[in-house]
Design a protein around this ligand. Sequence first.
Ligand code: NDP
Length: 232
Amino acid sequence: MKHRIALVTGSNRGIGYATVQELLKKGYRVIMTARKEADGAKSLSELEKYGDVKFHPLDVSDPESIHRIARYIESTIGQLDILINNAGIHYDTWQSATSADLDQVQETLNVNLFGAWRMALAVVPFMQKQKHGRIVNVSSGSGAFAEMGSGTPGYSISKAAMNVLTIKLASDLRKYNILVNSVCPGWVRTEMGGMAAPRSPQKGAETIIWAAELPDHGPTGKFFRDKREIAW
Ligand code: NDP
């Protein structure tokens, strides 16, 4: 596995940071990313002791930024095996569908859905060439129809849409040995989850890493929590 290369979006803090840490401990080479250079540099200096990690700036809401990281991969490594679409924003507990600020909802979709989609489009060509790839979309129970109630309208809709993206990508890419799955990390102690959450970022990263390491012919187009399939 040592030659496998992984990229994690939004990995300067929270679940993304813990995912990079755990992947490094397992011997993967990792591209960690952050919107801000300073945040990336700080995280890089902490993460280097765990393994072979490089930093590249990335804002998933900006197509140019995605173009730049794809060119970086092409020119320096020429390979990408694992994409973790972790970057996410606006758990909008402060609004409801009947009071929603649609500009904010649009911003949420631009990161949580289109950011993940743009990233998939950018890296799938590497994976197709290799005939190997794993894409993990970090979703949420808030996006599961089975668990959905009122509240967090922008966030829930963005994660439900991300789950549809998972199914679509998975069925297009299965023939290339590229497995695409959604993972809910559970309720995790991060800036988004808050300090009352029961799970550590490491625990949140567990099923994400499990989905990144699925064997060939493993499940694809599914939704998991705690390594078990859950309802959409
Ligand atoms: P955090 O808020 O702690 O971290 C979010 C990360 O995403 C940060 O690194 C942030 O960067 C980055 N980010 C935000 N916008 C962009 C962007 N435009 N481009 C690139 N990176 C961006 O959240 P968590 O670690 O808790 O969440 C990680 C994922 O897990 C999210 O997708 C979230 O929806 C999901 N999740 C979290 C749960 C929880 O309980 N915490 C529960 C269920 C799902 P910056 O520092 O620059 O803002």
